[in-house]
Ligand binder design. Structure first.
Ligand code: HAS
Length: 574
């Protein structure tokens, strides 16, 4: 590997972790603010929406995207054994880092207090949107100019072999990414950037929200699939050198099901939005249950792989093999198991709570309550983040040619994280679902004040429990950082070789139908378009029209409230 490519890979791991320090810090401020322990605007002059935007955008847009590119680069390099092209990697790097800096400038200067969902009526400075566009374009460059050409060259040399499973998962993920960014690009290019620049004053926010959620649900699988690649291909080998993936075919089936069903589901975020027909919302609810299917396939396949692999280490019977899993083991790369296992345990809860959300009628109880952050902190904040942190440390140690430093702290971190996330998510989910604890609040926290008519004593305990959870999460992250920076600044001990512990499958079949990615991509696009045409049509017929001046310093808060729902443009203007 050339020094330039090595530098790019290391920086694509280190930069997101540096940014994550701000992201996690703002997470801690959120719990303190919600419990009334600090006043949001008193901390470094950053107000509630600004802090929440930094927390969300850094953690789930920037950290994830740059890491996923680094991981994909590493997997393609290792398994296809073809060099990455310097010009393509540098182009991607400049676009992603340049875009991140642009958006970061807007967020840190308070010009983009629009949350990670960034749809109107909240409006940001144009640099925020432009930066995101650059980040996304940069993340696609290696796919087109390194991964695909390298695969074609590999296939020419290995005509009888299937695409390696890890590469297959990485490709499915980036194909999904390519499809899902189209609607959000339309929203950014034709609605938000012109609105922010003052080129237009009139946009349809319901259309903007629908385009956002067309992207906004599949993006959660963009965060999930790299973790699934690790679970399928690496987890068994971390348990035992003789560990095996239970079924390669089941894994490929799961990835294809994600490609098919991740897209036609976004309306489950808009069950309560007016102006879109209920029938299409219901159809998206059904598709949402279908997209849970590949995760169920994964739960069984991964559990079977864990059992098989633990039995290679002497585990016996129905339950005793659980004792042979390397929960806290420091030799070699076994420490990485703790990140994937802790993530799995959290995702068990995250998955079940997702199914609660998807149930059209139950969603009405939990929507816009703290239950929803409770759900997504056990999914993206659980399995995805833990897998990405563990893999960042793993790749860093390989790229530095050194052992992981402070391995004990690194191995404990995911368990402390899990404990913290359980407390935080329990508080948010139970408080949200049973007591209506709100998802967002910017009301001066009057619910904590006994003298206020809005005083809600039943929420106070939940807010306080979430502080304890938040502190455990921060402690876990500090443990991780000590190990991460210890490894970064340690000197080289061995040859630099980026390798991954890839397990062979126990059951495998050629299943050519599953490997035809071109056909599945076409099918996925057709299904996504068909499932969205009626909803998009509805938004143009009964959308709510929102009139706004260009971005100015007061723009982060809605300038003009939306007048009412379900009205046609002429009716609103009149
Ligand atoms: Fe979700 C909202 C439905 C999965 C992230 N979700 C969100 C939001 C985020 C998010 C960020 O239907 C908030 C968006 C916002 O800002 O408003 N979600 C689902 C469903 C699934 C799901 C059905 N979500 C995810 C994943 C995410 C994520 C994955 C990130 C990575 N979600 C919703 C809905 C909403 C929503 C509604 C809107 C709510 C509202 O009203 O606003 C499914 O894909 C989940 C399927 C998962 C399973 C679990 C399988 C279990 C496994 C673990 C096995 C463990 C083993 C180890 C073997 C069926 C794989 C042993 C375990 C032991 C316990 C010992």
């Amino acid at each position: 590997m050339s020094a330039g490519i090595r530098f790019i890979l290391i920086s694509e791991i280190v930069i997101p972790i540096l940014l994550l320090i701000f992201g996690v810090y703002h997470g801690v401020l959120q719990v303190l603010y919600r419990a009334g322990i600090i006043n949001a605007s008193s901390v470094l002059g950053i107000d509630y929406y600004q802090g929440l935007t930094l927390h969300g955008v850094i953690n789930v847009i920037v950290f994830t995207t740059i890491f996923i590119v680094a991981f994909g680069n590493g997997i393609v390099l290792y398994l296809l054994k073809k060099p990455l092209r310097g010009w393509s990697q540098w182009t991607s790097w400049v676009l992603m880092i340049g875009g991140t800096l642009m958006s970061a400038w807007a967020m840190f200067t308070g010009k983009a207090n629009v949350l990670y969902t960034f749809y109107p009526p909240l409006i940001a400075h144009w640099t925020f949107y432009f930066g995101l566009v650059l980040l996304v374009v940069g993340s696609l460059v290696p796919f087109f100019f390194d991964w695909i050409p390298n695969y074609i060259a590999w296939k020419r040399e290995n005509p009888d072999k299937k695409m390696p499973l890890a590469v297959f998962g990485i490709f499915v993920n980036h194909i999904l990414w390519l499809i899902m960014v189209v609607p959000v690009a339309v929203e950014l290019i034709f609605q938000l950037i012109p609105l922010s620049l003052g080129i237009v004053t009139d946009i349809n926010p319901l259309l903007a929200r629908t385009l956002f959620w067309f992207f906004g649900h599949p993006v959660v699988y963009f965060w999930l699939l790299p973790a699934y690649v690790m679970l399928y291909t690496m987890l068994p080998k971390l348990i035992s050198p003789k560990g095996k993936l239970y079924s390669d075919t089941a894994a490929r089936l799961a990835f294809i099901l994600f490609l098919m069903f991740s897209l036609p589901v976004g309306l489950h975020h808009q069950f309560t939005d007016p102006g879109i027909s209920n029938s299409w919302k219901l159809i998206h609810a059904f598709f949402t249950f279908l997209v849970a299917l590949p995760s169920m396939v994964t739960a069984f396949t991964v559990a079977a792989s864990m059992e098989y692999s633990a039995k290679q280490e002497g585990g016996k019977g129905v339950f005793y093999w659980w004792t042979k899993l390397p929960y806290i083991r420091l030799e070699g790369d076994k420490w990485l198991f703790s990140y994937l296992f802790a993530g799995l345990v959290l995702f068990f809860i995250g998955g079940i709570t997702g199914i609660v959300n998807a149930s059209y009628n139950v969603n009405l109880t939990v929507h816009n309550t703290a239950y929803v952050p409770g759900h997504f902190h056990t999914t993206v904040g659980g399995l995805s983040v833990l897998a990405f942190l563990g893999m960042s440390l793993y790749m860093l140690s390989k790229l530095k040619g050194t052992e992981v430093k402070f391995k004990g702290l690194a191995t404990l971190a995911p368990y402390i994280w899990t404990q913290g996330m359980f407390m935080f998510s329990y508080a948010m989910m139970v408080g949200g679902a049973l007591e209506g604890f709100p998802r967002r609040t910017n009301t001066g926290l009057s619910y904590l004040n006994p003298d206020s008519p809005l005083y809600r004593p039943e929420w106070v305990g939940y807010a306080q429990l979430s502080v304890v959870g938040g502190f455990l999460l921060a402690l876990a992250f500090v443990f991780f950082l000590i190990s991460f920076f210890g490894t970064l600044f340690s000197s080289r001990q061995r040859n630099i070789e980026l390798e991954y512990p890839i397990a062979e499958p126990l059951h495998d079949s050629p299943a050519p139908v599953l490997n035809n990615l071109k056909a599945w991509t076409v099918a996925s696009v057709i299904l996504a378009v068909l499932s969205y045409i009626p909803a998009l049509y509805d938004t143009t017929q009964r959308g709510i029209f929102y009139n706004s001046p260009a971005y100015n310093d007061k723009s982060p808060v809605p300038i003009k409230p939306i007048k009412s729902s379900g009205l046609k443009k002429e009716e609103v203007k009149n």
